[in-house]
Design a protein around this ligand. Structure first.
Ligand code: NAD
Ligand code: UDP
Ligand code: UDP
Length: 317
C-alpha cells in the first residue's frame, strides 16, 4: 500500500470528485472533501460518510481555507454549460480565486496540488486532434468564456506559483468524461441523451449533430489523475486526459437509443453560441510519461451509465 497521505479534494461531492474520493480512500489515504454543493450533492458521497478516513466540509473555495494537507486535488467548478452559465461571475471567481486559495494553501503546507483543467482551454480548435502544445482558439467575451478563460487563468496561476514559489503542480486537461453519478439534469450530452431515451422522450440534438466529441469513462480518468499526482515532480503537465475515440453527436444519439431499446425520436434544436465543432485528445504525453491510456470503450461505459440512470429514474417514478 502507498504511504498514507492527507488529501484535500475540492469539488469532492461532484461527479468526478466523488469517484476520486472513493479511489483515494481505497488506496488508504485520509480524505477531506470540500464542496459548496452547487452542482454536487451529499448523495454522491453518502456511501463514504461512515468511512473513518473520510471527512466533509461545506465550504466555498473562493474563500481562504486553512487546513494541513499533503496533496490537493482542485476540482471545484461547475462543469456543465447550463450550470457554469447560470452565474458566470461566480464561475470565474471559483476558477480564479479558487486557484489562488489552493495555491496559497499548497505554498504554505508544501503540498502537491492538482488542477482539473479542461479541453475547453482549446476553445473551437483549429488543430485536430489537440496536443498540449496547441494554444487554443477561445472567444474571450462569449457565453462560454467564464468557464474557458477562468480555467485558462487558473492554469496561468498554477505555472506562476510553480515558477515563482516552487509549488509542486500537476495540471490535467480533461476531455468530455461521463459515467454514473452525473446529475440527471446536468445538461451534458451523455446524461441528457440517456435520460431522454429511458423516458422515451425526444432526444435533443443541438445543431445538425455533426459536431464531434471524444468520451472517456470516469474510471479511466481517475486512474490518470492518480498516476499524474504520483509522477515525478518534473511532470507538471499540462497533460491531456481523454478517450481518443471520436463520435459525432448524432452517432452518440443513435447508439444510446439503440442500447436503451428506446422509442425516442431525435429532434434538432439550435446550436448554442461558440459550441466547438470538433474535439479529440492527442494523448501521446499521457502514454509516454504516465503509461496511461483509456481501456473502456464507449459501448461498455454507456452500458454501465445506462444501468445507473435506469435504476435512479426507476426509483424516482
Ligand atoms: P460537477 O459539477 O459534478 O462537480 C463540480 C463540484 O464542484 C460540485 O460538487 C460542486 O458543488 C463543486 N463546486 C462548484 N463551485 C464550488 C465552489 N465555489 N466551492 C466549492 N465547491 C464548488 O462536475 P465534474 O464533471 O465532476 O467536474 C469536476 C471538475 O473537472 C471541474 O473542475 C470541471 O471543470 C473539470 N472537468 C470535467 C470534465 C467532464 O467531462 N466531467 C471535463 C473537463 C473538466
Ligand atoms: N491561503 C489559504 N490557505 C492557506 C494559505 C493561503 O486559503 O493555508 C489563501 C490566502 O488567503 C491568500 C491566497 O491563499 O489569499 C494566496 O496565498 P499567498 O500566500 O500566495 O498570498 P498572500 O497571502 O501573500 O496574499
Ligand atoms: N448537446 C446536444 N444535446 C444535448 C446536450 C448537448 O446535442 O442535449 C451537444 C452540445 O451542443 C455539444 C456536445 O453535445 O456539441 C457536447 O455537449 P456537452 O455540454 O456535453 O459538453 P461540451 O460542449 O462542454 O463539450
Amino acid at each position: 500500500m502507498n504511504e498514507r497521505k492527507r488529501v484535500l479534494v475540492t469539488g469532492g461531492a461532484g461527479f468526478l470528485g466523488s469517484f476520486l474520493c472513493e479511489r483515494l480512500l481505497a488506496d488508504g489515504h485520509e480524505v477531506l472533501c470540500v464542496d459548496n454543493y452547487f452542482t454536487g450533492s451529499r448523495e454522491n458521497i453518502g456511501h463514504l460518510l461512515d468511512h473513518r478516513n473520510f471527512e466533509v466540509l461545506r465550504h466555498d473555495v473562493t474563500f481562504p481555507l486553512y487546513v494541513e494537507v499533503d496533496e490537493i486535488y482542485n476540482l471545484a467548478c461547475p462543469a456543465s454549460p447550463i450550470h457554469y452559465q447560470f452565474d458566470p461571475v461566480q464561475t470565474v471567481k471559483t476558477s480564479v480565486h479558487g486557484a489562488i486559495n489552493v495555491l496559497g494553501l499548497a505554498k504554505r503546507t508544501r503540498a502537491k496540488v492538482f488542477q482539473a483543467s479542461t479541453s475547453e482551454v482549446y476553445g473551437n480548435p483549429s488543430v485536430h486532434p489537440q496536443p498540449e502544445s496547441y494554444w487554443g482558439n477561445v472567444n474571450p467575451t462569449g457565453p462560454r468564456a467564464c468557464y474557458d478563460e477562468g480555467k485558462r487563468c487558473a492554469e496561468t496561476l498554477f505555472f506562476d506559483y510553480h515558477r515563482q514559489y516552487g509549488v509542486r503542480i500537476r495540471v490535467a486537461r480533461i476531455f468530455n468524461t461521463y459515467g454514473p453519478r452525473m446529475h440527471p439534469q446536468d445538461g451534458r450530452v451523455v446524461s441528457n441523451f440517456i435520460v431522454q431515451a429511458l423516458r422515451n422522450e425526444p432526444v435533443t440534438i443541438y445543431g445538425e449533430g455533426t459536431q464531434t466529441r471524444s468520451f472517456c469513462y470516469v474510471d479511466d480518468l481517475i486512474e490518470g489523475f492518480v498516476r499524474l499526482m504520483s509522477a515525478e515532480d518534473d511532470v507538471t503537465g499540462p497533460i491531456n486526459f481523454g478517450n481518443p475515440g471520436e463520435f459525432t453527436v448524432l452517432e452518440l444519439a443513435e447508439l444510446v437509443i439503440e442500447m436503451t431499446g428506446s422509442k425516442s425520436r431525435i429532434t434538432f434544436k439550435a446550436l448554442p453560441q461558440d459550441d466547438p465543432l470538433q474535439r479529440k485528445p492527442d494523448i501521446a504525453q499521457a502514454r509516454e510519461k504516465l503509461g496511461w491510456h483509456p481501456t473502456i470503450p464507449l459501448a461498455e461505459g454507456l452500458e454501465k451509465t445506462i444501468a445507473y440512470f435506469d435504476k435512479r429514474l426507476h426509483g424516482m417514478r
